[in-house]
Design a protein around this ligand. Structure first.
Ligand SMILES: [Zn+2]
Length: 75
């Protein structure tokens, strides 16, 4: 029997481990970690972020898109 369960996503919230309470919108490198290749916001089960940080990340990504520092989906 082959068990193939890949875990390529973090299981812990990387923002909690880095002790970041607020996500700087200018930090696009960080925000891109929470986006897929098609610039979609990744779901929590893939990012591993806690509910609090996932919410703020999603908010900052949306704000970043408005400001033009991040891309919209499919762009
Ligand atoms: Zn967190």
């Amino acid at each position: 029997m082959m068990q193939k369960q890949q875990r390529k996503y973090p299981t812990e919230c990387i923002l909690c481990t880095e002790k970041l309470s607020e996500i700087p919108m200018q930090d696009t490198q960080l925000l891109r970690k929470f986006m897929s290749g098609q610039n979609k916001i990744l779901p929590r089960r893939k990012t591993g972020a806690c509910a609090k940080h996932q919410r703020s990340v999603a908010r900052e990504i949306k704000r970043g898109r408005d400001m033009g520092v991040l891309r919209f989906r499919g762009q």
